[in-house]
Design a binder for this molecule. Sequence first.
Ligand code: PFF
Length: 473
Amino acid sequence: MPLSGSGTASDGWSSRTAFVLAAIGSAVGLGNLVRFPAEAGESGGGAFVLFYIGCVLLIGLPVLLSETLIGRHGQASAPESFRRVAEQSGSSPRWEWVAGLAVLSCFLILGFYCVIGGWVLHYIWLFLEDLFATGISGTAFQGVPASEVEGLFPAMIGNGMLTVSLNLVFLLITFAFVMRGISGGIEKAAVWLMPAFFVLLIGITIYGAFGGAFSRTLDYLFVFEPEKLTGPVMLAALGQAFFSLSLGVAGMITYGAYVGRNVNLGGTSLVIASADTCVAIIAGLCIFPIVFAAGLAPNGGLGLMFQTLPHAFQEMPAGSLIGLAFFIMVGFAALTSSVALMEVPTAWVIEKFALARPLGAGIVLVGGVVLGTLSALSTGALAGFHPLGFIGLFEGQGVLDTLDTLTSRLTMPVAALLTVIFIGWIADRRLVDSENGLTGVLHMTFMLLVRWLCPLALLAILVVGLFPGLLGG
Ligand code: PFF
């Protein structure tokens, strides 16, 4: 059964460019625009950024290539691809459970990612309203006290009706692309939205470079202070690199399954990882000049995007228009990621139960609505509901935070760890060699990293993630 569920021809990317754009679309998302700048800001700027680049090249990239090659070789949903590669390597078909765990992670992430995507939609609406009120050249939210602008965020997340509806809208937009298949839907999202995303990102960065505090940002992001590179900072950088490259969730196995045999996976993985990392760094160069120019301190977490930035746009010329452009850009990035998050379980459902694609995607949509509604309410009416609160790691966490912790600390690192062990030690060497497109020194380096450095780093993420006290974090 082809993954498209069309029953006729196997669906796939129409070109290498389409695959690269879709994979970059999956990687570039809220992680790059919200988490990376906030973590870089909190965790010591330059030291964090440099260490992050090292993590991407030495650990993220080999895992990205490992996942993509499993998908391309298997040409099926993630668990089935894993099973095929395992069987051809003379190993147990039970390896499919590793990908099964990754598919589950993807679904769990979908259950909170679209809630945040919905918040972005709300801010697009707020800035649109503001633009109509103030005109193209006006600063944002004129005459409104800064505390009220920052207060828009708690007011929004505390309003259950609003957050539940926003999540639904974001999920439905995602579904509209996924139900149309790879070349007819998912690829279209990437080919239209990613170029628009890049234009907006570069445009707003140039605006900030001329109108904002750019040199202070350069100091902030690039001055290297090695003493700030503590154990928890290193682990945070490593975990962020994994989330940002969409690893450990079968995203690249699934997207890899639609790639043609003629595509060189080694070179293509490098392009994807580089683009994702450049976007994360440019996002810092885009956000901080605006924040610093307004005389604000770069706080961490979601507050940076949803409170500090709207406040900063109050001080900037044309802040209303730029604020709108900014949140549209974030919305595009979040959408191409949520499409990937929905596609991974959809590909599995339509293959496993031999369903037509719209029906399979519809089932995942319903699951996403249920989980997303619980997440959306966890910042309001269900704030006191802590589903795994009896376990220390999840103490005091509502559904949204529980899903985030569960995936980033447990399921994603476990799946990624087992994937590199599989590729490094279990899978047939000739199969791996023929798929990865690497030769000579590059090939040797890849094998060395996949066999040793990646498993050790993932084990560290896992152990410290589960027992944060070990590093005092
Ligand atoms: N990489 C995305 C981000 O940085 O926001 C998140 C993500 C998307 C994770 C798609 C996993 C995935 F399959």
